[in-house]
Design a protein. Structure first.
Length: 230
């Protein structure tokens, strides 16, 4: 974790006093499960806390930045910023994917680059930072990492892959598109769904997400990209 310490200090001027918190934030459940005898903590509880402080700070920012925007539009804009795919992108921007501890199975299946894992990691880091420092330090970090991207308007339009997939498939004729939940995992407060997208009952691709809607979008995105490459 020394390399992570150096990254945080050099890039964001952050030094953790409680390194156990930082260690926990970067420990996935799959790693903890493979080392049960060591009683290693994983990052799901920190993710829960990080999600809450992220929602608060982004809500505060949007409320101040857009005084004439109504509640509905503020909620939509916030959801674009804090969606799983966006948070995974911020994890990659910070190079966090290089430091997360994964179980062997999760590592082999490409977990280090999976949006669900990296989005959760970003939130867990925020939770750890809140506990180690304070909300002002979390706010400062987000102003360095997230807010500049918001200012550039990168979240004003988010691609709706379900619609894009529908347009591509139905251009070839009348096709019935269906989304089916094939797996649910995780505790009640941090569920993960796996969804399969089918065209005329033929499975095209699968996706994962912290809600059924996010999993459907991920499945549609994967199917859309596969069809675009053909």
């Amino acid at each position: 974790m020394k390399k992570l310490d150096l990254l945080l200090k050099k890039s964001f001027n952050i030094e953790f006093e409680n390194r156990d918190l930082l260690e926990t934030a970067f420990t996935h459940t799959s790693y903890a499960n493979e080392h049960r005898l060591l009683k290693i903590s994983h990052n799901e509880r920190l993710e829960f806390l990080g999600d809450a402080v992220l929602q608060l700070i982004i809500s505060e920012y949007l409320f101040t930045k857009y005084p004439d925007m109504d509640e509905g539009d503020l909620s939509k804009y916030r959801s674009m910023i804090v969606r799983e795919e966006s948070l995974a992108g911020f994890s990659r921007y910070c190079s966090f994917e290089s430091y997360i501890k994964l179980g062997k199975g999760e590592e082999k299946s490409g977990g280090r680059n999976r949006d669900t894992i990296l989005g959760d990691l970003f939130e867990a880091f925020l939770g750890a930072l809140l506990l180690d420092k304070n909300i002002d330090e979390v706010r400062r970090f987000l102003k360095l990492v997230m807010i500049p991207q918001v200012e550039k308007g990168n979240f004003e339009k988010v691609k709706d892959y379900k619609t894009s997939l529908q347009e591509v498939l139905q251009a070839k004729g009348d096709i019935v598109i269906d989304y089916q939940v094939v797996k649910e995992s995780g505790p009640a407060h941090a569920k993960e769904f796996e969804v399969s997208v089918l065209a005329n009952q033929k499975a095209l691709s699968r996706g994962r997400g912290k809600s059924k809607k996010l999993a459907e979008q991920d499945a549609a995105k994967n199917a859309f990209k596969e069809l675009s490459e053909d």
